[in-house]
Design a protein around this ligand. Structure first.
Ligand code: ZN
Length: 217
């Protein structure tokens, strides 16, 4: 099953690495200096490097189920996403953080389902109960409870995806060193949503907190 990856790596060596030796040498010797962090979904259809046509070293990426940012909780927990954010902001000193959500997100679907079941008092069977996903996606629970989750497929699901991006932006601001940098204009936060059906990119307008289409204009 992994054969395509081996072949893909051969192509990377021949078509990319060999032609850009100087570039890779520089990256190796000088280390990485990405200016942008992207927090995106683990979804196989939403690869930031492909979507934004970037080169190695350009993006510092953390991917997780439903592109969520947890709130600031400096305790002894295993905070993988917060650790990546800390490294990007405090060590690499990125200038922008993009939260990249997307249409038809399975993680947000699971969240909509879980909230709907909870509202209707439906208990999940032990057999179906997820050990980690439910607590992870509950990060965005409060952001979607105002939506009519009766029939969440279609437009409501997209509203939930967007509400969750806003929630993650708020959570980013709960990190004290992030809010300080943002207030000093040394760090910019962006909420983007990828409409994979139409290959369009939407962005939150910070003036009214609404999503506006960025590409195509
Ligand atoms: Zn997703």
């Amino acid at each position: 099953m992994v054969k395509p990856l081996i072949n893909g790596f051969k192509k990377f060596r021949n078509n990319y690495f060999d032609k850009e030796r100087k570039f890779f040498n520089r990256l190796t010797k000088r280390g990485q200096k990405p200016k942008i962090m992207v927090i995106s979904c683990s979804d196989s259809r939403v690869d930031p490097a492909i979507l934004f046509n970037t080169r190695a070293g350009e993006l510092f990426v953390v991917r997780n189920v439903a592109n969520l940012v947890p709130p600031y909780e400096p305790d002894d927990g295993y905070h993988g996403v917060s650790a990546a954010i800390e490294f990007a902001v405090r060590d690499l000193k990125v200038k922008d953080i993009v939260i990249l959500g997307h249409a038809f997100c399975g993680g947000i679907e699971a969240l909509c389902n879980a909230c709907k079941n909870e509202i209707e008092g439906i208990q999940e069977s032990n057999e179906n109960k997820k050990e980690f996903i439910n607590s992870w996606i509950s990060i965005s629970k409060k952001a979607i409870l105002d939506l009519d989750l009766n029939d969440w497929h279609g437009p409501t699901q997209h509203l939930a995806e967007k509400a969750s991006i806003r929630n993650s932006l708020n959570n980013l601001m709960s990190f004290p060193w992030i809010s300080k940098l943002v207030s000093n204009n040394n760090l910019m936060l962006h909420g983007w949503w990828f409409d994979m059906e139409n290959a369009s990119l939407w962005s939150i307008n910070q003036k009214n907190n609404e999503f506006e289409r960025l590409i195509p204009k």
